[in-house]
Structures are given as structure tokens and as C-alpha cells.
Ligand binder design. Structure first.
Ligand code: FAD
Ligand code: PYC
Length: 418
């Protein structure tokens, strides 16, 4: 179909305009056939589509989304970006991602409010201190910037942290990654969507995948959706907390558990915090948005579930921890709480790669930490889909590691409690 016929087949609404007045479109209806279908218009699905087009010239791509673009975990995360992971395989993909973040505003031509304000990970016990210093050393060996701060240096870097030794869990020091920080998640989603769309990618919202079309030998031939059948020889599942549900439709059982993960924002607060502070041990982390809200998250809800509301007792503990660590927050007012559904693998590392089903690719299991990986994940996954072989960055994260036993056990670097 020629470009003008494709355009005519689509409904363009007035809102489909980026901030520079460039028109782009989300397809109202999918075409019957594409080269690649990406399932999930979250950060990872959209970045995958963008890099398929940008890096590999594959533009006949359809991104199908059951809700609206960027309305899943992408809209619900607390936007912390860092690459200070312990293991070599993780450091490689997360630092590649951070390097992409460092040039992303220029690449996409969008202001993403990317701010490298530094990320502190607090230590509260001798074991915490030892494993954190080990991580600093491992990071440096991998070329990832990392520093160890004593409790006094923590106080100097972030004066509102309570470093009193009489705390229930006293602050004994912290790791600092100065290149870490935050970005504005909705702008990231729209930046990728706009640029992918301008290169020819169709993004179809309110289009839920309900089944798979299989060909000879079981190979992928397309999808059944609430908007009809869409055909493609390659299907890429990037549906965060829901990928295991989709995979089970083709008999693929994934080692993934879905949990709610909660966060909250305060009402506008005076500017008091210019870095990110995280504490795995007391289950709280916080940054302050440019407008002034305190953005805080907790550990995951322990039960499996799909309720995007979360449970009250988790928030209660999170706030108790926050006030203990930051006494000034006693004056903050809670504005809004929510949850997203995160997909956690037993080794707390993602799954990226081909599957035993010809033409079916997976990118999931990013758990509590996939926002920071958005550029790197899309980059590595696009290469994997384009070539049919796992890219160098993706290779260690294949599904087969759960049978070979070559797990990438990143719990040491988990930023929020699993
Ligand atoms: P999503 O945005 O969830 O995209 C998946 C999409 O698939 C959804 O839009 C969904 O509607 C769609 N989908 C599902 N089923 C179907 C179907 N059948 N058909 C069609 N579409 C379907 N990470 C960090 O690095 N830093 C953080 O600070 C951070 N904080 C977090 C805080 C919270 C409260 C939460 C919930 C997560 C946080 N994360 C963080 C994790 C991060 O948000 C996720 O790992 C990441 O967003 C997952 O990738 P995604 O953006 O593609 O997922
Ligand atoms: O992985 O850095 C992280 C993170 C912070 C909050 C949730 N995940």
C-alpha cells in the first residue's frame, strides 16, 4: 500500500501533534499484515518499534496496545535511572541504556526532563555495607561510575537524610552513582511513539491480543485481537506484567510472577531534595519532581495479583520509613497512590530473546527496574528481532538460562525489596 493510501486508511485526530507541531498518527485500524507485530505500547514496546525503524530500517511494524499508549507501568513508575548493577551481564545492558539516555533528548528531539542528579542507595547494616562496597568495586571494574559515601558524607550530599545513630535502622553509608537520576516518563513514551510513527510504525490502541495464528510447524503467523486478525511472521511480546498470560496461550510457561508495586506522590512541597535516595532495607525511595511533588515508592506487594490499586498496609509502612529517614516529610500531605503490575523472574533479571516457537520473541521480566532500561532494552530487542538471533547484550538473558542454570542473580542490586 502506498503512503497516501495508508494515510487515508487512518483517522488522524487533532491531538496527534507533537510539541513542535509535527503531525503523526496512531492508526485507528491495523492493516491486515506487517513484517513485525509488537504487543504492548509501554516504554519497551515503543522503544523496540523505534529502534527497529531507526537501526534496522524495519518500518512495517504494528504496535498493538490493549489500553492506551504508555498507560501501563510506563505511566506508573517512579522514573529512577541508574546502571550500578552488580553482575557483568546486567552492568553491560543497563549502562548501555544509561549511555543512550545521555543522548536521547538529542536523538528524539524531545525534552525528556532527563536529570542526572545522582542516586544514593543507603546501607543500614554491616552486611549492607559490605555488599554495597563490593558493588561499588564491581561497578568500577565494569566502567560504571560508583562511589562509597560514609554517613557524614551522605549528610553532606543530602542534608535532609537523618543519619542519627539512634534510628531503628541507622544509616551507615551509601553508594552514589552521580550519572543516575530521573526523567519524565510520559514524555519518554510519547517521544518514542512520535518518532517511531513518523518513520512509518502503526500504533493501534484499544486492541487487545486474544490469541495467536500459527502456521506450519507451529510457526508464528499473526495474532487474533479485539480488532480482528493481524498477520506477521514475527511477533514480539513486550507486555510487562501480562507477558506470561499471553505466552500461556501458545503453551509457553514462563518463570514469572506478577505482583503489584505501589508508589505515591505528595502534594506540592517546598524544594528540599535534589537527588534520589533509596533504601532497600527500610522499603522506601524518594525523589522530588521539578514541580515539587515528592515521588515515593515502596517494596512490592508480597502477593501475586493484577489489581492496580495495591494494599494499604504497604503504603503505611512506606510512609513510616520515609518519615523516620526524612523527618522533614512529617509536613508532607499525601496526594495520590497507585500500583503497577510488575513481572519478576526468580533471578530478578529480564528475559529477552527468541523462543522455541519460530517467529515469537520475548522481552519481559524487568520487574521493579525496567524504566531505566527502556532505551537499552528496545535497542537490544530490536536487533534480536531483526536478525532472529539474540544480540550480544541480550544473549545472557535468554529463556534457556532457566534450564541451563546460568541465572543472573541480581538480587544484590535490587533497589526495592522483592
Ligand atoms: P508497560 O508500560 O506496562 O507496557 C506493557 C503494555 O502491554 C501495557 O501498556 C499493557 O496495557 C499492554 N498489554 C498487556 N496485555 C496486553 C494484551 N493482551 N494485548 C495488548 N496489549 C497488552 N523502573 C525503574 O527503572 N525505575 C523506577 O523508578 C521504577 N519505579 C517503578 C514504580 C512502580 C510503582 C512500578 C509499577 C514500576 C516501576 N519500575 C521502575 C518498573 C518499570 O515501570 C517497568 O519495569 C517497565 O515500565 C516495564 O516495561 P513497559 O514500560 O514496556 O511496561
Ligand atoms: O530499579 O532503581 C530501580 C527502582 C527504583 C524504584 C523502583 N525501581
Amino acid at each position: 500500500m502506498g503512503a497516501s493510501a495508508r494515510l487515508a486508511a487512518r483517522t488522524i485526530s487533532k491531538t496527534d501533534m507533537d510539541e513542535n507541531g509535527h503531525r503523526y498518527w496512531r492508526a485507528a485500524e491495523p492493516k491486515p499484515a506487517y513484517d513485525v507485530i509488537v504487543v504492548g505500547a509501554g516504554g519497551h514496546g515503543l522503544s523496540t518499534a523505534y529502534y527497529l525503524a531507526r537501526n534496522h530500517g524495519i518500518t512495517d511494524v504494528c504496535v498493538v496496545e490493549k489500553g492506551w499508549l504508555g498507560g501501563g507501568n510506563m505511566a506508573r513508575n517512579t522514573t529512577i535511572i541508574r546502571s550500578n548493577y552488580l553482575l557483568d551481564e546486567s552492568a553491560a545492558i543497563y549502562d548501555h541504556s544509561l549511555k543512550l539516555w545521555e543522548g536521547l533528548e538529542e536523538d528524539l528531539g524531545f525534552d525528556l526532563q532527563f536529570s542526572q542528579r545522582g542516586v544514593l542507595n543507603l546501607s543500614h547494616s554491616l552486611q549492607d555495607v559490605r555488599s554495597s562496597i563490593r558493588r561499588v568495586n564491581a561497578n568500577r571494574l565494569n566502567g560504571v561510575d560508583a562511589e562509597w559515601l560514609t554517613a557524614d558524607e551522605v549528610k553532606e550530599f543530602c542534608p535532609i537524610v537523618n543519619v542519627s545513630p539512634s534510628l531503628r535502622y541507622p544509616v551507615m553509608g551509601a553508594t552514589l552513582q552521580r550519572r543516575g537520576g530521573i526523567a519524565r516518563h510520559d514524555k519518554v513514551a510519547w517521544g518514542y511513539a512520535t518518532r517511531a510513527s513518523q518513520r512509518g510504525v502503526d500504533i493501534v490502541e484499544h486492541c487487545e491480543v486474544t490469541g495467536f495464528v500459527r502456521g506450519e510447524g507451529g510457526r508464528m503467523e499473526g495474532l487474533e485481537t479485539t480488532r480482528g486478525t493481524i498477520r506477521a511472521p514475527k511477533v514480539a511480546l513486550v507486555a510487562a506484567g501480562h507477558t506470561s498470560v499471553l505466552a500461556s496461550m501458545v503453551g509457553l510457561r514462563l518463570p514469572i510472577q506478577s505482583h503489584p508495586l505501589q508508589a505515591l506522590v505528595s502534594a506540592l512541597f517546598e524544594p528540599v531534595l535534589d537527588c534520589v535516595v533509596m533504601s532497600n532495607a527500610v522499603h522506601v525511595y524518594v525523589s522530588q519532581a521539578d514541580k515539587g511533588e515528592l515521588v515515593m515508592g515502596a517494596g512490592i506487594d508480597a502477593y501475586n495479583g493484577y489489581g492496580q490499586r495495591g494494599s494499604f498496609h504497604v503504603i503505611e509502612h512506606q510512609l513510616a520509613a520515609a518519615v523516620e529517614l526524612f523527618p522533614i516529610f512529617e509536613h508532607a500531605k499525601l496526594l495520590r497512590t497507585w500500583a503497577g503490575i510488575v513481572d519478576v523472574c526468580p533471578d530478578a533479571s529480564p528475559i529477552i530473546g527468541p523462543t522455541p516457537i519460530d517467529g515469537l520473541f520475548l522481552n519481559c521480566g524487568w520487574g521493579t527496574g525496567g524504566f531505566k532500561a527502556t532505551p537499552g532494552s528496545g535497542w537490544a530487542f530490536a536487533e534480536t528481532i531483526a536478525t532472529g538471533e539474540p544480540s550480544e547484550l541480550a544473549k545472557p538473558f535468554g529463556l534457556e538460562r532457566f534450564t541451563t542454570g546460568a541465572l543472573i542473580d541480581e538480587h544484590g542490586a535490587a533497589a526495592v525489596a522483592h
